[in-house]
Design a protein around this ligand. Structure first.
Ligand code: ARG
Length: 588
């Protein structure tokens, strides 16, 4: 078997050697019978200490009652003999650390495996995973708050699919609720007399504001709007069609934004709140029947001892209001049940801002009590922080209003266009347009994805559109640079790689880390790890290229090796960016 995840492979062979070694030690009777003692490896800070350091010998020596350095020396000799293939040198350092020096020839041989990561990293235990993300609200513009959920969710979907999981993209749009009465009543008025209304339904925010103003000002209008809610709830066909019209107009606008952002969501992924409407009475009934909720002043409430309200009492989650209305929480309960029953979800990942963490924790508790979610299904809240302006306050437009996503993307395009003009890029025509878009949307997405999602992040135009630093343009530039080099050579038939100097070696080692990084992202759902890695890879490549002249390499086999090496680098950058939902370009 080829060791595709280098760190994992090394940890495995060291652990198994270590355990084999200590079990035959003279003092082995002092060890715990059933325990496997793990070897932990750390990457070292300087080349003189080798590539990795093994920790864990010191506590073992204590257990065995021997001098740590002696134990380290004995194990080093044992291990070096067993794994001469992988390690050129195994050295004892300090009080009992072991420094490991990888064997260049072995390392070089692994490198072509990079080209097959898509196959080699496929999981042997695929799971069915629902990712709940984006979820804009109908009859409203998408605003910057939806940017994070949309692109973080998109990246998680891409990574999980890459590993071979069955991923269900659930766009839990806000397409149900009493506000539709108001909107439909106002729609009728506008349709009757468009000139007087002076607002188009296609201007979602404007339309919503006008409808709300009309609603707040006129009691007769309110009564009429409420009557439409009742009709809609009862399945009146005429009003269902009107409702659908509102959903379609909003979503076709949102689809344009999705397309610009290059996210995978389509209309097929819409599973909005309305989908669960028929199940809400059943959820409330289940909760009452099973004693998970009780009637409290006419409302149906689930009391949770795990959460306290501000008076220190058990928190009450309302499932049905005293007027019979259902809530956001009720819908999420029904959705959780549906996802387990209908999709056989083994994991549900919610990608919303961190302020909803408690909401999902509460829903999970109630859903498990109701038996909606089996123990084997995990519920994960992949929460994220807020988007802040350079002043450290929530990101707003210059006039102080919430920034519409469409406007933000327009600005990104404008700024990138100016920057490219300054740089005198000679890319023209359609390719120029594609380049501007790849850079502009890439920059916005990368700026967000490169920060640990759990923290707030500062939206800073100048930094994100820069060609320097941990930015999309820098990564895209590195890729284009390699591609322009590769266009001068034919790709070698033999995928071999040789290590003849430290620059080649550093690049090979960095490439090998990619599989390890991806597995971490799969488990921790943290896309920023990909960005941090790509930044290191690009820097390693740039320093390689400063020192190694591929064109002037005379030895044909060595030149082929170097061409292969930079080709693998380009492939890894492209794959990394693709998993972030960012496009590469061939020329800049
Ligand atoms: N529509 C909500 C919003 O815009 C987000 C919904 C998140 N998903 C969920 N299952 N509650 O804030």
């Amino acid at each position: 078997m080829t060791p595709f995840i280098l760190r994992e492979y090394l940890e495995n062979i060291i652990t198994s050697s270590l355990n084999e070694f200590i079990r035959s030690h003279a003092n082995a009777d002092k060890l715990d019978a059933g325990t496997i003692y793990p070897a932990i490896i750390k990457t070292t800070k300087a080349a003189q200490f080798g590539d990795y350091q093994v920790n864990g010998i010191l506590p073992l020596a204590k257990t065995l009652g021997v001098v740590p350095r002696d134990l380290a020396q004995e194990f080093a000799t044992f291990f070096a003999a067993k794994h001469a293939l992988e390690f050129a040198k195994v050295e004892v350092a300090g009080p009992g650390f072991i420094n490991l020096f990888l064997n260049d020839a072995w390392l070089a041989k692994l490198t072509p495996g990079i080209a097959n990561l898509g196959t080699s990293l496929k999981t042997s235990t695929p799971r069915t995973i629902v990712v709940d993300y984006s979820a804009p609200n109908i009859a409203k513009e998408m605003h910057v708050g939806h940017l994070r959920t949309t692109i973080i969710g998109d990246s998680l979907v891409r990574v999980l699919e890459f590993f071979g999981h069955k991923v269900i993209k659930a766009n839990h749009i806000g397409d149900w609720g009493t506000q539709f009465g108001m909107l439909m009543a106002y729609m009728e008025e506008v349709e009757k007399d468009p000139a007087a209304a002076n607002v188009s339904i296609h201007d979602l925010d404007g339309f919503y504001r006008a409808a709300k103003a009309r609603f707040d000002a006129d009691e007769a209008f309110q009564t009429y709007a409420r009557s439409l809610v009742v009709k809609l709830q009862a399945g009146d066909e005429h009003y269902l069609a009107k409702w659908r019209q509102l959903v379609d107009i909003t979503m076709s606008q949102n689809n344009r934004t999705y397309k610009r952002l290059g996210v995978l969501l389509t209309d097929d992924d819409i599973m909005g709140e309305s989908l669960y409407n028929p199940y809400l009475p059943g959820v409330v009934q289940d909760a009452l029947d099973q004693g998970v909720a009780t009637v409290d002043q006419g409302a149906v409430v689930a009391h949770l001892s795990e959460f306290k309200n501000k008076d220190g009492e058990d928190l009450g989650v309302i499932l049905r209001k005293s007027d019979g209305g259902y809530l956001y929480a009720t819908t999420d309960l029904a959705a959780m049940k549906f996802r387990v029953e209908h999709f056989k979800a083994q994991q549900i990942i919610y990608c919303t801002d961190s302020r909803q963490a408690n909401h999902f924790a509460q829903i999970e508790i109630i859903a498990r009590r109701l038996g909606y979610v089996p123990e084997s299904t995990t519920i994960t809240h992949a929460g994220f922080g807020m988007m802040l302006g350079t002043d450290g306050k929530p990101f707003k437009s210059r006039s102080g209003s919430v920034v519409r996503l469409g406007d933000l993307l327009d600005e990104a395009v404008e700024r990138t266009t100016n920057l490219l003009n300054e740089r005198n890029s000679d890319v023209t025509g359609d390719e120029r347009q594609a380049l501007v878009e790849a850079l502009a949307y890439g920059a916005v997405k990368y700026a967000d994805l490169s920060k640990n999602r759990a923290t707030d992040y500062i939206f800073d135009w100048d930094r994100m559109i820069s060609f320097e630093g941990n930015t999309a343009p820098y990564m895209q530039y590195s890729y284009a640079r390699i591609r322009s080099i590769l266009r001068r050579f034919a790709l070698p038939a033999d995928p071999q790689v040789q290590i003849t100097n430290e620059h080649e070696r550093n690049l090979v080692l960095k490439l090998q880390e990619f599989a390890d990084v991806l597995t971490k992202v799969e488990n921790q759902l943290m896309p920023h790890l990909i960005c941090a890695y790509l930044y290191e890879l690009s820097s390693t490549f740039n320093s390689f290229y400063e020192h190694v002249n591929v064109a002037k390499t005379e030895d044909a086999a060595l030149q082929a090796s170097r061409i292969n090496l930079i080709n693998y680098t380009a492939q890894v950058i492209a794959l990394g960016l693709d998993l972030l939902g960012i496009k590469v370009v061939e020329r800049m």
